[in-house]
Design a protein around this ligand. Structure first.
Ligand code: URA
Length: 249
């Protein structure tokens, strides 16, 4: 462990130098960087290798024939395979179905802002949904519907495998459908959010879905989600600024 910290120290002190001498990093710094890369690279590539066949199975899945027939494409998940945080939403909407990436519509833009306020980018975290297909809306040209219990039960094994491969340090369930998928029960969000739960030994924070915040734009509701995210940052022992602590007060 102390070897890890001294390697890290030397990387951090070397970074300043790297900026000044980017063409000629000092020898000691280069070897510390290489050592750090050597310890993290195999982990990520091993995860990528395990995730690829799962992604392929999802891409051609027809277990829900009505969803397979209606979708443009499946929406597997996106982000850093070594992420500390994995956000779990409900299901793709029309934008996600079109672009093949979770949380890219209005709710997704809000989630991206929340992730940014936490000091991360979308590329730092991992984002996935309970359902990999957009719930169909026959006879309607717009709008969404929640997944049925049968659709969720059918699709959940994919999410379970995804979580087992990515092994995030913390899971964040966004909204009641994500909670139902992960914990197999339903309860008012007001009773579930703001405290730690557990999914197969991984700490699980429950908070409102960003689309709830789009419908309820008061600072009181935003603050609730933000307090849940502060708990996540604390759990990960991230430095939290006074400015961050005060958001939406
Ligand atoms: N809502 C979700 O739950 N997931 C998405 O990917 C987009 C919107």
């Amino acid at each position: 462990m102390s070897e890890f910290f001294s390697a890290l120290d030397s990387v951090l002190s070397g970074l300043g130098q790297l900026q000044r001498e980017s063409d000629h990093p000092p020898r000691a710094t280069r070897s510390a960087l290489e050592r750090l890369r050597l310890t993290s690279a195999p982990r990520r590539s091993e995860k990528a290798e395990r995730l690829a066949p799962l992604r392929e199975r999802v891409a051609v899945c027809t277990r829900c024939p009505h969803l397979a027939a209606a979708r443009i494409q499946t929406v597997f998940g996106t982000g850093n395979l070594d992420a500390d945080i994995m956000f779990i939403g409900e299901a793709p909407g029309a934008d996600e179905d079109r672009l093949g990436e979770p949380f890219v519509g209005r709710a997704g833009q809000l989630l991206t802002k929340i992730i940014g306020a936490m000091g991360y980018t979308r590329d730092d975290v991992y984002i996935a949904n309970v359902l990999k297909c957009r719930p169909d809306t026959p006879g309607r040209s717009a709008g969404n519907r929640p997944p049925t219990p049968e659709e969720m039960a059918t699709c959940l094994p994919y999410l379970a495998e995804q979580i087992a491969i990515i092994e995030p340090r913390v899971l964040v369930a966004l909204g009641a459908t994500a909670v139902e998928g992960l914990l197999e029960f339903r309860a008012p969000m007001s009773q579930l959010r703001g405290r730690w739960h557990s999914y197969h030994d991984t700490p699980l924070m429950i908070t409102y879905h960003p689309s709830y915040l789009l419908r309820n734009q008061s600072n009181t509701e935003k603050r609730k989600v933000w307090e849940d995210m502060l708990l996540v940052l604390e759990r990960l022992e991230r430095r939290i600024t006074e400015k961050q602590r005060g958001y939406f007060r």
